[in-house]
Ligand binder design. Structure first.
Ligand code: NAD
Length: 481
């Protein structure tokens, strides 16, 4: 069985403890690789090498650093098929999705920040005719990056690329549930000749390796994507140490559908916003609010389309819904479906585990599930399920839907379907979320600020926001004598 390795000081290394964690293929329920069970010793070692690498890396010109990032991007692109296959086996997502979305986006993350850093500049101004102020934007040293399992390489590189582009060294930890493409990235970095110690990838559990990154005094900033509960624990450790923190956390995104929308476009996109990647995207809409006049029509048309989705082997081209990432998450989703029924909900379609014949007979699959009849305040409509489960809720007025949409502790993304431009602007200003998609979903421009409000997070990623996060502004004030 292949044992993955850490990437420290440019070399693939075994963990200090010599212990390993089983890594499961969720489509078969079988262990297919093992990953290092790293702890504080591994993180300490990585920090020592990152410290050594920092002066050389930060003193390169932006173009020189960008050159390495472009080379990494090109090598991932060259190995697109292998990366897509690894992502699909690790996460359970359809291979065609990994190949068309996840891996190309990881390539883009490197390319985007390689270009962006060469366009990044800071401000200067005269305060009076003899006083000049200017701002230096300097990398701070070592950044910690911790990412989740749902979009493994996509989110991992979304953090690493801007941190490296800005001149920092990085200690990064992928999710212990999906380590494979992060390991492959270490091999690519070696091939690309990335200077040793600039990027260090440590595998292992959150409470061991992750927590050692967060609490290390020489790691000056932590960028984290994952659950709200974990984010709170990380903030509890990092805030008293005055670390810079970027936290991208959970969501319970509303989709608000008005009768004046482009119905066909809305229907098509709402199926995607509900069930892409098994509903395991932080941006998926999980609560669908529909204007009363079109509720019955929507309910029927939506259910028809959802029933036509094919749940099955992630490696097959015609699979729409792959496997749920882990047994534990599979059980959590089924718990919420059961709870929804106990709280008075009615299942319109789905609701059950799916048994797939052949290779995937022991995998973890759940039918795409649509539930109605629940109050917007009940637990399944307030807590994050993060699976192929959506609820339908009718509404009558703009005020009513806004109140229901804003009623959770979360505020990551929202989707609004309407043909009324005034309403679109009016509501966008009042929706409590970091992202509002009007008449579309998951349309991403990497220059835009990305992140949530309320318990969905603190800080923003993307474009200049990321480059600002990974640099420290310093004011220099000069009196001209
Ligand atoms: P998680 O919080 O369990 O784990 C995320 C990462 O944190 C993993 O690498 C884990 O090992 C690590 N970790 C766990 N405990 C830690 C600790 N005490 N200290 C340091 N690191 C620790 O989340 P998950 O289950 O992997 O991912 C699903 C969650 O991620 C969902 O809530 C989803 O909404 C959220 N998410 C948010 C966004 C966003 O952009 N806001 C994007 C994707 C996923």
């Amino acid at each position: 069985m292949e044992k993955l390795k850490n990437y420290i000081d440019g070399i693939l290394t075994t963990p200090y403890s010599n212990n390993y964690i089983n890594n499961y293929d969720p489509s078969t329920g079988e262990v297919f690789t093992m990953l290092p069970d790293s702890d504080k010793e591994d993180v300490d070692l990585a920090v020592q090498y990152a410290e050594k690498a920092f002066p050389g890396w930060s003193e390169l010109s932006a173009e020189e650093r960008a050159g390495f990032l472009f080379d990494i991007a090109a090598l991932i692109k060259k190995n697109l098929d292998e990366f897509a296959l690894a992502e699909s086996r690790d996460n359970g997502k359809p291979y065609h999705l990994a190949k068309s979305v996840d891996i190309p986006r990881a390539v883009k993350n490197f390319e985007f920040f390689a270009s962006a850093v060469t366009q990044f500049s800071s401000e200067s101004h005269f305060t009076s005719s003899d006083v000049l102020n200017y701002t230096l934007r300097q990398p701070f040293g070592i950044a910690g990056a911790i990412s989740p399992w749902n979009l493994p390489l996509y989110l991992f590189t979304w953090k690493i690329a801007p941190a490296l582009a800005s001149g920092n060294c990085v200690i990064a930890k992928p999710s212990e549930i999906t380590p494979l493409t992060a390991f492959m990235l270490s091999e690519i970095c070696i091939e690309a000749g990335l200077p040793r110690g600039v990027l260090n990838i440590i595998h292992g559990y959150g409470h061991k390796a992750g927590s050692a990154i967060v609490s290390h005094p020489k790691i000056k900033a932590v960028t984290f994507t994952g659950g709200t509960k974990t984010g709170r624990a990380i903030a509890g450790v990092a805030s008293p140490m005055f670390k810079k923190l970027s936290l991208e956390l959970g969501g319970k995104n509303p989709v608000m559908i008005f009768k004046d929308c482009n119905y066909e476009e809305m229907l098509e996109t709402t199926v995607k916003s509900s069930f892409t990647n098994q509903g395991e995207i932080c941006l998926c809409g999980s609560r669908i609010f529909i204007e009363k006049e079109i509720y019955d029509k929507f309910r029927k048309d939506f259910a028809e389309k959802v029933k036509a989705l094919k749940t099955g082997d992630p490696l097959k081209e015609d699979t729409d819904i792959g496997a749920i990432v882990s047994k534990q998450h599979f059980e959590k989703i089924l718990y919420y479906i059961d709870l929804a029924v106990r709280e008075g909900g009615t299942i319109i379609c789905g609701g059950n585990p799916v048994e797939i014949k052949g290779r995937c007979k022991n995998g973890w699959f759940i039918e795409p599930t649509v539930i109605e009849g629940l109050d917007h305040k009940c637990t399944p409509n307030q807590e994050e399920i993060f699976g192929p489960v959506v609820t339908l809720i009718p509404f009558e007025t703009e005020e009513e839907v806004l109140e229901m949409a804003n009623s959770t502790e979360y505020g990551l993304a929202s989707v609004l379907w309407t043909g009324d431009l005034s309403r679109a602007h009016r509501m966008s200003a009042k929706i409590k979320s970091g992202i509002v998609w009007i008449n579309c979903w998951m349309v991403r421009d990497l220059r835009t600020p990305f992140g949530g409000v309320k318990n969905s997070g603190v800080g923003r990623e993307g474009g200049l926001e990321a480059l600002r996060f990974f640099t420290e502004p310093k004011n220099v004030c000069l009196k001209i004598l």
